[in-house]
Write a protein that binds this ligand. Sequence first.
Ligand SMILES: NC(=O)c1ccc[n+]([C@@H]2O[C@H](COP(=O)([O-])OP(=O)(O)OC[C@H]3O[C@@H](n4cnc5c(N)ncnc54)[C@H](OP(=O)(O)O)[C@@H]3O)[C@@H](O)[C@H]2O)c1
Length: 289
Amino acid sequence: MRVLILGATGSIGTAITRELVRNGHTAIGLARSFASEEKIRALGAEPLAGDLRHPREWSAALAKMDAVIHAAATFEADMAETDRKVVMEILSHAAGRTSPLRFLYTGGCWLYGVTGAKTADETSTKRPLQSFKWMLEQGASVLQAPGVSAAVVHPALVYHEEGGAFARYLAAAKAGEPIEVWGSLRTRWPLVHRDDLARAYLTLLERPELIGEFNVCGQTGVPVSEIIAEVARRSDHTSGYVVRTLKYVLCKYGAWAEGPTMDQQISAEKIQSLSDWQPKHTCFRSSAF
Ligand SMILES: NC(=O)c1ccc[n+]([C@@H]2O[C@H](COP(=O)([O-])OP(=O)(O)OC[C@H]3O[C@@H](n4cnc5c(N)ncnc54)[C@H](OP(=O)(O)O)[C@@H]3O)[C@@H](O)[C@H]2O)c1
């Protein structure tokens, strides 16, 4: 398939691009800079020059695509507005197609809010942070749109050989500083290795009859205490940790910082029961990061 990947150079998109190329698909990555173009070529994909913020400038390329995987975000103040523009442009193109566009949109586990003792599946009520509510609405509009066969992927927190979700802890350990824990040591994080996540995207790409929402995780919920203990062990870190309150992190880092404080458990049973996807990384301790 010819697949346009938005975010091909990102934490998640890099692995998706690699996985698609490995499986014989033609991957085309949107690139807003020369550096991104180079990264995309190095992954074995083709760059398409363009900026997420100006979708009209590159949307003509959609006519030649069988599928779009959207795993990009500006993570700036215009994140929601940019996403709306991008999705609207893709959906307006799809409405005029003769064959449906396969569209994989990326949501996230934080859309479920705090789950506590319950394990969230795709039917669970979503309680997104105010700052991510738009993402839930975007996912819903993608699923209802004509001209697309759509799936919304909700990844758990993503880790990989360069750290990913553990990056902040690893950086503190490297600097010999106390590891900052936001919220509580008992907070659970659902986790997924990005290679497993990339295989889930590939599965969904190749199975256009699988529509709707799909959680993807390799571990339902791992206490933060276990993650920082492993980071400390691997780094010979002896400076301990400091627990920061929600109020502190909101003031210092902004509204998004509530995400890592949420105690969550997520199930990926749906994708496992409907396809042959299974996580290979079922314990973060056994993986490189
Ligand atoms: N990482 C996680 O743990 C996680 C978990 C659940 C959901 N998600 C969601 O997954 C999505 C991707 O997350 P990520 O962690 O992979 O993000 P990331 O590593 O920061 O990557 C963001 C990607 O978006 C691209 N991008 C940003 N602004 C752009 C622009 N103006 N024009 C073109 N491309 C632009 C970046 O390209 P450049 O190379 O040009 O910077 C990069 O490829 C987000 O929606 C996030 O909320 C992430």
